[in-house]
Design a protein around this ligand. Sequence first.
Ligand SMILES: Nc1nc2c(ncn2[C@@H]2O[C@H](COP(=O)(O)OP(=O)(O)O)[C@@H](O)[C@H]2O)c(=O)[nH]1
Ligand SMILES: [Mg+2]
Length: 322
Amino acid sequence: MLLEDQHPHNKAIMISVLGKPNVGKSSFINNLLGFDLTIVSSKPQTTRNHFHCAFTIDRTEIVLVDTPGVHSSAQELNKRINGQAIMGSEGVDINFVLCDLTTDVVAEFRDFLKNFDSQLGKTWIIFTKADLVDLEKINQAFLTEKLKELCPSIEKSFVVSSLDGHNIHLLLADIEKVAVNAPHLYPGGEVSNKNERFFATEYIREQAFRLLKEELPYEIAVVIDEYKDMRGRGEDTKVEAHISASILVNRPSQRAIVVGRGGSIIKEIGINARKKIEAMIGGQVHLNLHVKVSPKWFNNNWVLDEIGLPRTQNSHRVWRKK
Ligand SMILES: Nc1nc2c(ncn2[C@@H]2O[C@H](COP(=O)(O)OP(=O)(O)O)[C@@H](O)[C@H]2O)c(=O)[nH]1
Ligand SMILES: [Mg+2]
C-alpha cells in the first residue's frame, strides 16, 4: 500500500534559520508557519534550543530549523546555546541567514560569521524588518555583493517583513522550486521534533521574558516537574493536561521579583502561558508554577540537560547537582 507520505510527487526541503540575536528569526518562522509556534520577544537571546518547525504547501514539506542567535560569550550556557545554532545548520539543504535592515547589515554579518565557527553551505540572505525602513534607500544588490565577499556560498537575497508579510510569497515560491523529491518527515500533521512538554516550558519562559526586566529573564530557566496528559484516559474531566513547572532563578532576591507583590507576577506569567498552552493542545489545562532558587543553574549539567542543552565539545566539567 502506498502511504500518503511516500507519494511519488512529494517534495521536501530543510532550511536552517540563522543570524544574530533579535534579527527576527522566530517571528519569520511563525509568519511562514501561519501561527505562533516558536517564542518571540523584544529582548535578544530568547531562543535557546534548535528545533524543527514544519509545514506543507501542496505536496512540498518545508522544515524550518529555528536556532538561537549567535554571539560571543565564554559562559557555559552561552557556549551550549551557540552550539545549538551550529547543530541547527548541520544537514540542511539551505541556510537562511537573517539580517536586520535597521542595523549595520555588513558589520553585523561579519560579526555573525566570526562567532559562527563553522562553514556555511548554500546560503540565502533574508533581509528582515522591511516595514521599519525606507525601502527606496536600501540597495539590495549592493548589500548582497558586500555579504558575498565575506561568504561566497551566498546565492541570493530577499527583503521581507514578518510583520506585514512583505515578499514572503516570493520567497515561498522560490523555496518550492528548489525542494527535491523526498518523503515527508512529518506526515501526520505534526509540526515539530519537540513535544508539547518542550513548548509548554517555552511559553512559560516567553511570558517571563515579557514581564521581567533587564538581566533577570536571562537568569531563569523553566523545568517541568510533572506533565500529566489526560487525553484518552477515559477519565471524566474537561482538563486535558495537568502541568507543574518550576521557574529556576539564580539568587533568592530574584525569587521575590518573579513571584511579585502578593504573587502578582507569577500569576500573570501563569495565566498568559496557560492560554498559549491551551491553544496548542486544543483543550483545558491546569498549570501550577513554582519559583525555586537554584544557584548557578546555568553551570549545572543536570539543569542544562533537562532544558535540552547537551554538552558541547568544549564544555568544561561541572558538578552534577540539582
Ligand atoms: N517591525 C518588525 N519587527 C520585527 C520583525 N521581525 C521581528 N520583529 C521584532 O524583533 C524582535 C525580535 O524578534 P525575534 O523573532 O524574537 O528575533 P530572534 O531573536 O532572531 O528570534 C521582536 O520584538 C519582534 O517583534 C519585522 O519584520 N518587523
Ligand atoms: Mg528566536
